[in-house]
Write a protein of this length. Structure first.
Length: 429
């Protein structure tokens, strides 16, 4: 047997070429678990050396049948299912579904203004927490551990306030057809004021860690390029689309719930790469803080109901969280259990049977942290959805991975994927 000296690089390349051929590629499995996807997702990469020749996403590892399960619950109960899709931004799942339900009911103009402002308040808080996860995990992918710890620290502050307002850190079921579950608890406006002051003080720390770091910029700049034409062809929205310089944000282009009365700017960048998406998310945190300040002023100046007046639709909305963090308002329980048999019967039928929604179909969309999230609802006139389907931006934006990554390096694949910020609960549903 003839021995081959592989000590010389040139001989090694000749040996590999002789065995595999000049056009040989290697199939590498990446996943199904990877932090940058915020859940289980698998990719098969076809490599020629370190260069990506092809990318094939494999999804479905987190499929929970949420959309189908919603067909077997009342219109209000379905909120507790759809909130669990994109679990990093659950309030946007609730909001878009409820907006579609209210359109079918024909009560979009009847929802109290205080309820709309509360929806905007919790959504902008949730937008901040979602972007902090995207920035933190994206930094972790390239070894910037401090970015992750700082982002998670600030996210915890936001979740404390969300818990005080809604009763839960995630999967809130706070936005309901006709309004919201409850009004602000005592001291919430003070907590919000403190949070805004604290975030304005600490968010620049993240910017300093990233923008002033030449390694961070080198890893993100010119990586994951996706042009405006490609975004339009693939239906890509959110920070990925706005990184091309196109200011498409449904809060401005197709306003809903009074967003057109708030003063904020649509963040854009002009590089169409991973670095531009990072800068957009950072800027959107600042813009969300501006909106939060305006929400606090409006909610402090006004009082009123947080649920529509129609008792055939409105679940009890004047709830009070007990010392255990759970439970209905003690006054409401006293009323239905000891004061009015009619109120008890109404409560029982409303919660167990639900209300009927006129037959028809509708599509409504809002701007989530990852882009346009839409809800297509079909009603047959019954007490539960005949069909519910979500247009989740994580699923739609994932189509851009091959275009972003083919021809690039393996190390850049992680950065490009993290810049999309996909959440598998929204991808699989």
């Amino acid at each position: 047997m003839k021995s081959v000296d592989l000590g010389d690089v040139g001989q090694w390349e000749s040996f590999v070429a002789g065995v595999l051929g000049d056009d040989a590629t290697l199939i590498v499995n990446m996943g199904p678990q990877h932090p940058s996807t915020h859940g289980p997702m698998r990719f098969t990469l076809e490599l020629s050396g370190e260069t990506i020749v092809d990318v094939r996403p494999a999804i479905g590892f987190l499929h929970t049948g949420i959309e189908k399960s919603m067909e077997y619950r009342t219109w209000t109960q379905a909120v507790t299912f759809c909130t669990r899709m994109d679990y990093v931004a659950p309030l946007f799942n609730e909001a878009v579904y409820v907006r579609a339900v209210e359109a079918l009911l024909g009560i979009e103009d009847d929802v109290p203004q205080r309820a709309l402002d509360l929806r905007i308040l919790v959504m902008e808080l949730n937008r901040i927490t979602s972007h902090l996860v995207a920035i933190g995990t994206g930094g972790l992918e390239i070894g910037a551990l401090t970015v992750m710890t700082v982002a998670m620290r600030e996210r915890e502050r936001c979740l404390d306030v969300l818990e005080a307002v809604t009763g839960l850190r995630m999967n809130h079921a706070y936005v309901r057809p006709g309004g919201v579950a409850m009004d602000l608890p005592p001291g919430a406006l003070y907590q919000l004021d403190e949070l805004v002051v604290t975030l304005r003080k600490h968010i620049p720390e993240i910017a300093a860690l990233c923008n002033g770091n030449p390694t961070f910029r080198a890893r993100l700049c010119d990586v994951g390029y996706l042009s405006l034409e490609a975004c339009m062809a693939l239906g890509v929205t959110g920070p990925v689309l706005r990184s091309t310089g196109y200011a498409w944000d449904l809060r401005r282009t197709q306003p809903y719930w009074g967003y057109d009365t708030y003063d904020f700017d649509v963040a854009t960048w002009d590089t169409a790469d991973s670095y531009g998406r990072f800068r957009i998310r950072l800027e959107e945190i600042w813009q969300s803080l501006r909106i939060l300040e305006q929400c606090v002023r409006r909610l402090g100046d006004q009082a009123g109901p947080v649920m529509v007046a129609d008792k055939k639709i409105a679940w009890p909305a004047q709830l009070a969280i007990g010392v255990d963090g759970l439970g209905n308002s003690a006054d409401h329980v006293r009323h239905i259990m000891g004061e009015s048999m009619e109120a008890l019967i109404h409560h029982f039928k409303l919660v167990s049977e639900g209300f009927r929604v006129p037959a028809g179909q509708v599509y409504r969309s809002i701007e989530s942290p990852r882009g346009e999230i839409g809800c297509h609802l079909v009603s047959d006139g019954g007490t539960h959805p005949y069909r519910a389907h979500m247009r989740d931006p994580s699923f739609s934006n994932l189509q851009s991975v091959p275009i972003m990554c083919i021809g690039g390096q393996v190390a850049d694949f992680i950065v490009a994927l993290a810049s999309i910020d996909p959440v598998c609960g929204g991808v699989d549903r």
